[in-house]
Design a protein. Structure first.
Length: 171
């Protein structure tokens, strides 16, 4: 289980730090919940690039899919540092870390099952996933699968209990 090594209260109104378990639980709805995830990568000139992604939180890890020819995949190949933002129920969350391709077939096969349970008919293949369709921004199949090695997370609560917290995770 991913547990923070440090918790820092960012709240300026006197609220207690948020518990990481709240964010982790909010990330774990059914894959069919269709949460809005946005990936930010960095261009060589330092400009950010942000785009929507198909992501799932599974076994305390964030996974996402991208076609090998897309700008996001090309940028990750050059610089794996990235952030992923998501609006959860009562919580806005940003996850930061490094993304790496998942190439282990048993892991890919298990993740394809997770995506299928959410309604996307993904099938694991040696390169990643294939399916009859994907988002137009994903490019043509096959699609790579990435795992985010979490380094920091920041949450701002929009429902009680309110607060703002940063968590740091072991590298």
């Amino acid at each position: 289980m991913t547990e923070p090594t440090r918790t820092r209260n960012l709240d300026i109104y006197g609220h207690a730090p948020l518990a990481w378990s709240r964010a982790r639980t909010a990330l774990s709805p059914s894959p069919a919940a269709d949460l809005p995830f946005f990936l930010t990568t960095v261009r060589p000139n330092g400009r950010p690039h942000t785009t929507g992604i198909g992501a799932v939180w599974h076994s305390d890890t964030l996974y996402f899919v991208s076609g090998p020819g897309t700008l996001k995949s090309r940028l990750l190949a050059a610089n794996p540092w990235c952030s992923v933002g998501v609006r959860l129920s009562g919580l806005d969350l940003t996850l930061e870390g490094t993304a790496s391709r998942v190439t282990d077939f048993p892991t890919l096969d298990g993740l394809a099952t997770v995506y299928r349970s959410g309604g996307w008919p993904a099938t694991a293949i040696e390169e990643g996933f294939t399916a009859p369709y994907s988002a137009p921004s994903a490019g043509p199949a096959p699609w790579y699968v990435y795992e985010l090695a979490l380094r920091t997370a920041v949450a701002v609560a929009s429902e009680e209990p309110h607060g703002a917290t940063e968590w740091t995770f072991a590298a």
